[in-house]
Design a protein around this ligand. Structure first.
Ligand SMILES: Nc1ncnc2c1ncn2[C@@H]1O[C@H](COP(=O)(O)OP(=O)(O)O)[C@@H](O)[C@H]1O
Ligand SMILES: [Mg+2]
Length: 314
């Protein structure tokens, strides 16, 4: 593994004998890449994001950042700066007692061991770049709007000079009018800083806007991966199709994720799948169509794919 950030077969169980919140998920993020992770609530996206960010140790599998295992990286190791995260709840993610300026300055003091004055100066420059006024910089989270708090969260992450920014539903809690502004900031950061972005969303339209590659998760598993345009243009996995149809204006009907892992069927989507057939019982880890970087984990992917599975099986 030699990419910026990579996981192989990551499994997470919150309880030793409990269900897997993430089950055998692999992902790879290269420098400057934007990867979307999409799936309904409960599909394991946030859990996977925390594993990628090195804040949650997986129960099984491997996570590496720049070729080093996260498990071996200590809190003050500069490699921690490489991956930073922003969260869905922009208020909750910030210290309620600290002004925007102090929140960001604190990071410069921690990593760069700067004087207070230097740290404040750098923090102000970064917050201004994120579009905050001087007045807003002096305010605490409770006195800022959701969108402003999210800008502070992004500035705090950038103060670490990361190579990857993991954004977990960064716009879900924001007014529609503010959502596009925050997404545009993320898109801009790739261009200006060459930052890689992992954008997590239940909304395929959001992922499509920011990232050229995507993973689709269901019940802790990656059921399809590939270039976002291809996934949207012609989904292979029946679940990807259902998610797509759920985009506003689509025809889909989303039911809650049912975590079927452990119920005996090898396909995590079996209980909901409109294309389920008897031979799905023989779904193996490697089964499903594959074309370059594109993979779907399905015995009966959407039309015209069945010959490919047969070819692979031979
Ligand atoms: N701290 C936790 N303790 C126990 N179970 C959790 C915890 N966090 C998440 N889960 C469970 O793990 C599964 C995946 O959750 P999560 O990663 O939050 O999914 P998503 O972000 O896609 O909504 C869900 O079944 C959820 O209930
Ligand atoms: Mg989540």
């Amino acid at each position: 593994m030699s990419s910026l950030l990579e996981t192989r077969d990551v499994t997470v169980r919150y309880r030793q004998d409990g269900p897997a919140a993430v089950a055998g998920a692999s992902a790879r993020i290269d420098a400057g890449e934007a990867l979307g992770i999409v799936g309904e609530s409960g599909s394991g996206k946030s859990t996977f994001a925390k594993v990628l960010a090195g804040v949650l140790a997986p129960s099984g599998g491997e996570v590496q950042v720049k070729g080093r295992r996260w498990q071996e990286v200590k809190r003050r190791d500069p490699i921690r700066r490489t991956v930073q995260m922003i969260f869905q709840d922009p208020y909750g993610a910030l210290n309620p007692w600290m002004s925007a300026r102090e929140t960001v300055a604190e990071v410069f003091r921690f990593w760069e061991r700067q004087s207070r004055a230097q740290a404040v100066e750098q923090a102000e420059a970064l917050l201004a770049e994120m579009g905050l006024s001087k007045g807003a910089m002096a305010r605490r989270p409770g006195e800022l709007s959701g969108g402003q708090c999210q800008r502070v969260g992004i500035a705090r992450a950038l103060a670490c000079s990361p190579d990857v920014l993991i954004a977990d539903e960064p716009t879900s809690a924001l007014d529609v009018s503010v959502q596009a502004q925050i997404l545009n900031i993320l898109v801009g950061l790739r261009e200006t800083r060459g930052l890689a972005i992992v954008l997590i969303s239940h909304d395929l339209a959001v992922v499509r806007y920011v990232s050229e590659n995507a993973l689709v998760m269901y019940a802790g598993q990656v059921v399809e991966r590939g270039p976002t345009a291809d996934l949207l243009g012609s989904p292979w996995h029946p679940y990807t199709k259902i998610l797509m149809d759920a985009i506003p204006g689509g025809t889909g009907d989303l039911k809650p994720v049912r975590n079927e892992i452990g119920d005996g069927h090898p396909c995590c989507f079996a209980a909901r799948c409109p294309r389920l057939q008897a031979d799905c019982q023989s779904l193996s880890e490697e089964a499903g169509p594959r074309e370059g970087d594109r993979v779907a984990h399905c015995m009966h992917p959407l039309p015209e794919r069945s010959e490919q599975i047969e070819q692979r099986a031979q």
